[in-house]
Design a protein around this ligand. Structure first.
Ligand SMILES: [Zn+2]
Length: 197
């Protein structure tokens, strides 16, 4: 277990909520979508799911889902240009005070999942009113860690994030999508929607 994972054990966590289950298996993800390795009990990993409302529908459906082990996440992040990373960091800092958010959400008597992922972390608006949105979470074994994640993000925020990316990063993300998503899914991935950013 790495030092990072050791520290994470002290962070509040809850059982993996159903909304973060894989819709293919109806269970928590147990393999990394990039390297195919199993996600063991002590391994930090990340799950992202994107939802969209098809034309003529009033309900969201899954656009994509994937899990990434911490090694794949790290190697992926290394490929993102420094310029893009700095821009995104600044963008988040502008809108989100993580310490304040945690204090507020963790001070309740029970963990209300909806207060974590019901509204866009950037705009604060309910994601169910959006045409497209994503949710992202960090997990250790069968626990979801409550820290920066989980969060939800609306179309508007994803669009703004896309605008902050360098050409190099955009090219790299195209390659990432080819590795992780089947071709029919790739066409529907909203721009700026990947939590690996
Ligand atoms: Zn992996």
């Amino acid at each position: 277990m790495s030092e990072l994972e050791d520290n994470l054990i002290n962070i509040p966590s809850i059982e993996v909520p159903k909304v973060f289950f894989s819709e293919k298996t109806n269970r928590p993800f147990n393999t990394c979508s990039m390297c195919g390795n199993g996600l063991n009990e002590f391994e930090l990993h990340f799950v992202e799911k994107a939802f969209g409302m098809p034309a003529n529908s009033k309900e969201h459906e899954l656009i994509f889902e994937y899990a990434l082990c911490s090694e794949c996440l790290e190697s992926t992040r290394e490929e993102i240009s420094e310029e893009s990373r700095k821009n995104i960091e600044m963008y988040f800092k502008l809108y989100v005070d993580v310490a304040e958010r945690n204090k507020k959400l963790l001070s309740k008597n029970h963990i209300d999942l909806n207060s974590w992922i019901g509204n866009c972390i950037i705009t604060g608006k309910p994601v169910l009113e959006e045409k497209e949105y994503i949710i992202g979470g960090a997990f250790l074994g069968n626990r979801m860690i409550l820290n920066v994640m989980p969060y939800a993000m609306s179309e508007k925020a994803m669009f703004e994030i896309q605008e902050l990316l360098s050409k190099k990063t955009k090219d790299f993300l195209d390659g990432f999508q080819k590795k992780v998503f089947p071709p029919d899914v790739r066409e529907r991935v909203p721009d700026g929607s990947l939590i690996i950013l």
